[in-house]
Write a protein that binds this ligand. Structure first.
Ligand code: ADP
Length: 486
């Protein structure tokens, strides 16, 4: 795969986008295609001066952006949305090349991400305040909702487009300006979005992308600079904790969308076909590399063998391969480190008693391709139960009672997403109240939607992306008391 086949070659950019300009530097880093480990090209490292400039220009641009009418902001965002849709094929090609996901999933991500812009272009018109009753004559009390100011963010490689748009869309709609540092593994998708933001008429300084291979010093500036009001992160819990503590130095508002260890529970009364479909969607999408992937599949002992047999049939139908090949369902893992981690988790599980139903090894498709795998007899003592697998491995645990499985499901420091399959309405309500996760899918394996609040509890983070909750994260509440009113 190279970028020469794009219909809009203007989408390929190789440097940071700051204050409406492409900023080159003396040093570069390589970006690789995970399907064949070949270089896709070089991207300029952002310099400390350029980084400083990005914050100063975002700060300078914020007043004018904030003071535009909501209709103006909304129309510009809508234009960005239209341009992303018009370029969706090229954006999907870029994404598959640098991230590896199957083309169909890449196209799905491009449209899904764009939908957040469409949704928030509308929501910009509904940032309402309040007019409060007061306890004294001659007084009036107002509550305003104002943009927080300059927002910085760091995003991961597993959704190179949507993770940026889920933050940028509400931030810009609220009247904030925005700087993102995408993952060094997938900068091209972010830079293509920047090109389209300029074409859409988003003013200079309002949407900026800074790229660099050394995340730590860039992150330090983005989380400590006094002109930055808010920091939003999607990535691992380990890095998120560090960045959160850095934000404390200037008391920044923060949103953290961190790791997960999602339980998937199939009860004895589940519709087995629906449960298997849910497991396929929530486990094998993006080769298992999502923070909401089913990580522990709890299956009631009465349906265990039938569920495993049905799942095995579906899993063995999955086609592993390069994302652009016709029919590919499972692409490569992002890098050697990722595949080595999956191998280690599977090996430790097998050594301690897990059974292989299918897979459990690298695929012949190439160095970084892992076979879709099912393990049974997994126990809470195994590393695979307690770690985020981030690979196409379904680990199955048999259970006997609802009480037991709720306890086991909650036995994790994470609390992002959970799934349950049952026909029992009373049980559904018990689950909604007792599962300690920010999201719950009932008889459904793929939940995300621009109108809904995506986010976690416990060490999976804080803040929500999507819906009215998503824009709240970019707004301050200001109380105004007016006295001496005659
Ligand atoms: P993942 O497991 O998804 O790679 P990471 O948390 O390692 O999750 O990476 C998510 C994002 O955080 C990426 O953009 C990466 O460059 C960035 N990152 C990683 N380490 C640091 C750090 N020490 N400081 C700032 N950003 C970091």
């Amino acid at each position: 795969m190279s970028f020469s086949s794009l219909s809009n070659p203007e989408l390929i950019k190789n440097s940071s986008f700051i204050n409406g300009e492409w900023q080159q530097s003396q040093s570069n880093f390589d970006v690789f295609n995970p399907a064949d480990q070949k270089s896709l090209g070089y991207v300029s490292e952002v310099t400390p001066e350029q980084l400083e400039k990005s914050i100063n220009s975002a700060h300078a641009a914020q007043k004018e952006w904030r003071d535009k009418t909501v209709d103006e902001r909304s129309a510009i965002l809508r234009k960005w949305y239209d341009l992303i849709l018009a370029n969706q094929n090229d954006l999907a090609s870029i994404m598959t090349a640098e991230q590896g996901k199957p083309r169909k999933e890449a196209l799905g991500e491009v449209v899904y991400g764009a939908k957040y812009i469409e949704w928030y272009a509308e929501e910009a018109k509904r940032i309402n305040g309040d007019y409060l009753p007061v306890n004294q004559n001659g007084r009036r009390a107002l509550v305003l909702r104002r943009p927080v100011g300059v927002v910085t963010s760091i995003t991961p490689w597993n959704f190179p487009g949507a993770m940026i748009l889920r933050k940028a869309a509400p931030a810009l709609a609220a009247g904030c300006t925005f700087i993102v540092k995408p993952s060094e593994l997938t900068p091209y998708s972010a830079l293509a979005l920047a090109q389209l933001s300029a074409e859409a008429g988003i003013p200079a300084g309002v949407f900026n992308v800074v790229v660099g291979s050394n995340a730590q010093p860039i992150g330090e500036v983005l989380t400590t600079h006094p002109k930055v009001s808010k920091f939003s992160f999607t990535g691992s819990t380990q890095v998120g904790k560090k960045l959160l503590s850095q934000c404390a130095s200037t008391v920044k508002k923060t949103s953290m969308e961190l790791g997960g260890n999602a339980p998937f529970i199939a009860f004895e009364d589940a519709d087995l076909d629906v449960a298997v479909k849910g497991a396929m969607g929530s486990k094998f999408r993006n080769a298992g590399q999502t923070c909401v992937c089913a990580n522990r599949l709890f299956v009631h002992r009465d349906i265990h063998d039938e569920f495993v047999a049905k799942l095995k049939t579906k899993v063995e139908e999955l086609k592993v391969g390069e994302g652009n090949q016709e029919g590919t369902n499972v692409g490569p893992l992002i890098d050697e480190k990722a595949i080595a981690k999956v191998e280690q988790l599977v090996a430790q599980a097998i050594e301690t008693g897990a059974q292989i139903i299918t897979g459990a090894g690298r695929s012949e498709a190439g160095q970084q391709f892992y076979l879709p795998t099912i393990l049974t007899d997994v126990t809470p003592e195994m590393d695979i139960f307690n770690s985020e697998i981030f690979g196409p491995v379904a680990s199955i645990i048999s259970f006997e009672s609802e009480e037991e499985v709720i306890k086991l499901a909650n036995q994790t420091e994470y609390g992002l997403c959970s799934y349950a399959f049952t026909q029992n309405m009373n049980r559904v309500f018990r689950l909604t109240e007792q599962l300690e996760f920010g999201m719950l899918g009932i008889n459904e394996g793929v939940l995300s939607n621009p109108a809904a609040p995506f986010g976690g509890v416990k060490e999976s983070g804080m803040g929500r992306e999507g819906g009215r909750w998503g824009i709240d994260d970019y707004l301050e509440t200001k109380y105004v008391c007016i006295g001496d009113v005659k």
